[in-house]
Design a protein around this ligand. Structure first.
Ligand code: NAD
Length: 476
């Protein structure tokens, strides 16, 4: 990278990695082994559409195979290129290590604007791309397991899973070849909301420690905090909705492709989401100020900024003007390495992408385990748990009768206590636990070492240490 020039996405990831590695004591050469992307496969394939053959370009990068399968989403976007998928694959390696999901890192992408094609055409294109990857084991339950990312969702994952099953008719674990599938195709409750839910759990954990809150110059809890979110897609919508509905945060700004909505009193996230789905943009949404230059709203006054759309949106051109004291990177790579330097200098606290959006891969891990075990979570225990609770409740009822006026059970206690956890509750509980523990591992390094000034460096140190340990265990 030249001095003063904005680094590319991959250069940004490498610079951040190098900053952390400089504070570590790795054996000679291991640093390079961990940093480099193992392999990137580029495929060009044709699909006959509208009477003519269209050629598409796709990628699957495998960053690290210290654990297999490797894991990472498939993105459909026009800007996809090798640099981007390699950067995203590297982030997946560190993310999986940080949240302790037993995967290496990978990422895929297809250069396409999905809005240019109808559903049938998209299915043909997706199946063909999947075919190219499956035949090279770049989609495989034990080697490489994709998931949704920008421009893809449950529908595309179901097509990929079906394509794999058609090509591997005797593989009993076929469904585990991809995660983020719809429930009726082997998905898991809570996967769609998982990344946004993880952002909520991450913020809750941040606000549990007054020292962290003070570092951002904030006080109190999430309740009443003013939030601006960029991108009301899968991740941004769920994060904003949960923070508004369950934590009392006020969503003052929503930035989309066609501009931003702003209302200091708070926007109704569900209403904006419905409007966006119906009209394809936010421009004419009633009851809010619309700003055509959406990105400028990133610079508005707020307590928490959630970039949840795409990479590089906070860069050297606007970083100095960002007022939010706390940024949580729901998207991958929204802050460039250059911007990161400027923001750290200003004292802005950044909850880094590799942690902040790890909810998706965490619940993908649960889905993969569910597919391999061929049984939904809770199926064996739920009624047994209820029966044991019934025993306690009947004893309490006896006490209630015995003590008469002096004591009685709280209203709703019986119903709430008796109910055994269903799959969604178990998934949320596993995700909450994962997000808390991973944050605590970063916090320990952040507070415990004088040479670590920020959460991102702390996250890299924890993740790289784990990847290094895994290589050491293999004798490398
Ligand atoms: P998505 O396609 O569902 O949503 C992206 C949203 O951003 C859309 O609403 C789109 O209109 C909006 N957008 C696009 N360009 C924009 C721009 N220039 N300005 C403002 N808004 C813009 O994608 P997603 O799955 O929500 O992914 C968003 C980010 O989160 C990506 O960086 C992705 O890598 C990351 N991520 C996603 C998941 C997941 O489970 N889906 C998991 C981890 C990380």
């Amino acid at each position: 990278m030249k001095v003063g020039k904005e680094p590319s996405f991959r250069e940004s990831v490498d610079l951040m990695f190098n900053r952390a590695v400089a504070l570590m004591d790795l054996p000679p050469g291991l640093e390079e082994k961990i940093r480099v992307c193992n392999a990137t496969y580029t495929v060009r394939f044709g699909v006959r559409l509208r009477g003519k053959i269209h050629t598409f370009t796709g990628y699957r990068a495998v960053h690290s195979e210290h654990m297999e399968p490797v894991k990472g989403g498939i993105r459909f976007a026009e800007a996809v290129d090798q640099d981007e998928v390699e950067a995203l694959a590297a982030l997946m390696t560190y993310k999986c290590a940080l949240v302790e999901t037993p995967f290496g890192g990978s990422k895929g992408g297809l250069c396409i604007n999905p809005r240019d094609y109808d559903e049938h055409e998209l299915e043909q294109i997706t199946r063909r791309f999947a075919y190219e990857l499956i035949k090279r084991d770049l989609i495989n339950p034990s080697q490489n397991v994709p998931a949704p990312d920008m421009g893809t969702g449950e529908r595309e994952m179901a097509w990929i899973a079906d394509q794999y099953a058609r090509m591997n008719t005797t593989d009993i674990n076929a469904r585990a070849c991809v995660t983020g599938k719809p429930l009726n195709a082997g998905g898991i409750h809570g996967r769609v909301e998982a990344t946004g839910r993880g952002v909520q759990y991450a913020l809750r954990e941040f606000f549990r420690d007054p020292r962290d809150v003070a570092k951002a110059g904030l006080t109190g809890k999430l309740d009443g905090k003013r939030v601006i979110v960029q991108g009301l897609g899968n991740v941004g919508y769920h994060a904003a909705k949960f923070l508004q509905d369950e934590d009392g945060a006020i969503i003052t700004g929503i930035i989309e492709r066609d501009g931003a909505l702003f209302d200091p009193k708070g926007l109704d996230v569900s209403a904006v989401h419905e409007w966006l789905a119906k009209h394809g943009g936010v421009a004419d949404f009633p009851d809010a100020t619309h700003c055509a230059e959406g990105a400028s709203v990133l610079e508005e006054d707020c307590d928490i900024l959630i970039p949840a759309a795409l990479e590089g949106v906070i860069n050297m051109t606007n970083a100095a003007r960002i007022k939010a004291p706390l940024i949580i990177e729901a998207a991958n790579g929204p802050v460039t390495a250059g911007a990161d330097d400027i923001l750290r200098e200003k004292g802005t606290v950044i909850i880094p992408d590799m942690y902040a959006n790890a909810g998706g891969v965490t619940v993908s891990y649960f889905e993969w385990v569910k597919n391999l075990s061929h049984i939904r979570f809770g199926r064996m225990q739920r009624r047994q748990e209820e029966a044991r609770h019934e025993l306690i409740v009947s004893e309490l009822e006896r006490l209630d009768r015995y003590l008469g006026e002096a004591w009685s059970m709280s209203p709703n206690f019986k119903d709430k206590y008796l109910r055994g956890a269903d799959e969604l509750e178990l998934v949320r509980s596993g995700l909450d636990d994962t997000m808390r523990i991973a944050y605590q591992s970063m916090r320990e390094v952040w507070h415990g070492r004088d040479d670590v000034q920020d959460l991102r460096t702390a996250a890299y140190i924890v993740a790289i240490e784990r990847v290094a340990a895994s290589y050491r265990a293999k004798g490398l």
